[in-house]
Ligand binder design. Structure first.
Ligand SMILES: Nc1nc2c(ncn2[C@@H]2O[C@H](COP(=O)(O)OP(=O)(O)OP(=O)(O)O)[C@@H](O)[C@H]2O)c(=O)[nH]1
Ligand SMILES: [Mg+2]
Length: 595
């Protein structure tokens, strides 16, 4: 649902009349917005009549509004009045699946029964490691501190046929918006399969026995799978050498290791945990090897080794609106004015060092929305619990009343941030996925048009950097390697074979458009803040005219990207410190979000 411009903009407080209708005021020299000025001029003159006119509005504009002179309030807090939250957007972890427990070699012993049958239990399987994106988590800081995550190992089997319990599974919960990249993995079982001949090959070439006539002292060749067997502790070394081990039994696996390299983009909550590393399977107890020729097997198999994987997690916040601005522009103050956030505000650059998320509640929880807005419910994936077949897609996504939206306030960007000046441009990852970008520009700090161009330049550099990274990753991911590649046993990579691949299909790779459009195509607007400072109207007028010429197509998009969003470029003057003009931001944002 698209709302018209007129209904999106709530009437502004009087302090902003000079910005909106400059022709009514002495100081104004530019004449933009004449179509808007008429309908409101009557109202404004009526208001002026009731409470002593121009003098008071002039006074409002030129009043000294240095934050230090204003009384401390929620919007002009002292520097120590803020809520500190732990936040981390990157984490590097090594996850270890559980190793399998060993099978047991044991025999029944009862009174009057010295040589009872084999009764060793099987080892338990090792625990698996899963990952799940959930609502409610907002940061990776808990994971950053952990560095290692281990699933439980399977317990060994015991006598009396008692199997070892399974190792505990571990589910790593991460915030929605996390991207997982596999850096390396160590899978001893897959590596072992490369160096030891496959079962089939060994059957085809029967074990070469020493020719007694030729060389009676020759040792039988070492069985490459010998290390997978556990021998009865009581056997002597000469006895052990004589034990002829059977073929390694073929085991059926419940979980298969996900295909390398893993890359998951968890931009939606995952209804089911996704498997990262499967635990090793448990060993078999000695009763499995009983045969007529070998009634008392003195061996059992060991549990499989655990697989480990080094992963990198990167969180990209999924806010609806992203604030982009120079340091000290007033972004955090604006976030406080729009939401209940208690972001830190200070009169120095780089007050904000980590992103803040604010939630704007549209209906104020009173059931009557301040701004009517509708959001499209995403279609259910087959992995959602409420999925009921294909019928849902016929009706299209459902419209739902929007009751809130979120804003991400990030540290300030300076010119040259792409060269790692200031805090760099890495923080732009938190606004990369926002639906709407809001450029917060301080009217009292230099030319607003130049500031906007500088900001778009940095955003453009970031977009390019991301696209290059994405391309490199895709190239690296194309190198397919399988431990059994080129052999008869090369696994067939079907969706059934790789359970995690199915889940990953739900979270397609976010390959950005190679033209820089993945950010430039977003709707955006400018919040011209600190409008209460004296002599800022001309700066605002110039900005407004520049934006109008972009909308008309006379000027290119500030990022110079072809096909970028220039539908309705708007500048909204506000004084965040006084909470004035912020309603217009709500209406305008909701209009853009509804698209
Ligand atoms: N006069 C005036 N001052 C403002 C306004 N908004 C913010 N300020 C002041 O500007 C200074 C910087 O505000 P912040 O909200 O911390 O700015 P920021 O963009 O978050 O700064 P960084 O986090 O450092 O990037 C503070 O001293 C605020 O009091 C405004 O509308 N009018
Ligand atoms: Mg800030």
């Amino acid at each position: 649902m698209s709302l018209g411009m007129a209904c999106r903009c709530a009437p502004s407080p009087r302090a902003f009349l000079p910005f909106l209708y400059p022709s009514l005021f002495h100081g104004a020299t530019h004449g933009g917005g004449s179509s808007l000025s008429r309908p409101f001029s009557a109202a404004s003159s009526r208001r002026s009549n009731s409470s002593s006119p121009e003098a008071s509005s002039e006074a409002t504009i030129t009043a000294p509004t240095d934050p230090a002179d204003l009384p401390a309030s929620r919007l002009n807090p002292p520097p120590d009045d803020f809520a500190r939250s732990s936040f981390a957007d990157k984490a590097k972890l090594t996850v270890y699946a559980g190793a399998g427990g060993h099978g047991c070699i044991s025999f029944l012993r009862e009174a009057y029964m010295e040589d009872g049958p084999a009764n060793g239990g099987d080892g338990g399987h090792g625990g698996n490691i899963y990952i799940q994106a959930v609502h409610g988590e907002t940061s990776l800081h808990k994971l950053t501190r952990r560095r290692f995550i281990r699933a439980g190992r399977g317990k060994h089997g015991q006598g009396g046929g008692r199997g070892g319990p399974r190792g505990e599974d571990v589910i790593i919960t991460v915030p929605v918006g996390t991207i997982l990249t596999e850096l390396s993995r160590e899978d001893p079982e897959a590596e072992g399969a490369v160096y030891s001949p496959s079962q089939r090959d060994r059957k085809r070439q029967p074990r070469a026995r020493p020719q007694q006539d030729d060389d009676p002292d020759a040792e039988p060749p070492e069985d490459p799978n010998r290390y997978k067997w556990l021998l009865y502790p009581g056997v002597s070394s000469s006895e052990a050498a004589r034990i002829e081990l059977p073929e390694m039994p073929n085991r059926e696996r419940l979980f298969t290791q996900p295909r390398a390299p893993m890359h998951l983009d968890l931009s939606r909550p995952t209804p089911r945990p996704i498997l990262l590393a499967a635990g090793g399977i448990g060993g078999l107890g000695n009763p499995h090897f009983v045969s007529r020729e070998r009634p008392r097997p003195l061996f059992a198999t060991k549990g499989e080794f655990a697989m480990s994987m080094e992963i990198e997690l990167e969180l990209k916040l999924l806010a609806d609106v992203g604030f982009v601005g120079l340091p000290n522009a007033g972004k955090s103050t604006l976030l406080r004015a729009l939401s209940n956030s208690r972001a830190r505000v200070g009169s120095w650059a780089f007050t904000t060092l980590q992103p803040n998320i604010g939630t704007v509640v549209l209906d104020n929880n009173k059931g009557r929305p301040a701004v009517k807005s509708f959001t499209r419910q995403p279609e259910l994936s087959p992995y959602d619990e409420n999925f009921n077949g294909s019928a849902a897609s016929d009706a299209g996504p459902e419209l739902k009343q929007r009751t809130r939206f979120t804003i991400a306030d990030i540290p300030g960007l300076i010119e040259g941030a792409h060269l790692d000046k200031g805090l760099g441009i890495a923080f732009l990852r938190h606004v990369e996925r926002a639906g709407v970008l809001a450029f917060v520009i301080d009217l009292g700090n230099g030319n607003a048009v130049q500031a906007l161009k500088a900001l778009w330049n940095e955003v453009g550099m970031y977009a390019q950097m991301r696209e290059d990274e994405e391309r490199d990753r895709e190239v690296a991911a194309r190198v397919d390697w399988s431990p059994k590649a080129g052999t008869d046993e090369e696994p067939q990579y079907t969706d059934d074979f790789w359970p995690a691949t199915q889940a990953m299909a739900d979270y397609p790779l976010s390959t950005p458009d190679p033209t820089g459009l993945h950010i430039a195509a977003k709707p955006w607007f400018v919040v011209a803040t600190k409008g209460d400072l004296p002599n800022t109207q001309e700066n605002f007028q110039e900005l407004r005219e520049y934006l109008a010429s972009i909308t008309r197509g006379d000027e290119p998009h500030p990022s110079n990207v072809e096909g970028a969003w220039t539908k309705d470029c708007m500048a909204i003057p506000v004084s965040a410190i006084n909470g004035q003009g912020t309603d217009r931001i709500l209406h305008w944002t909701v209009g853009l979000l509804d698209g």
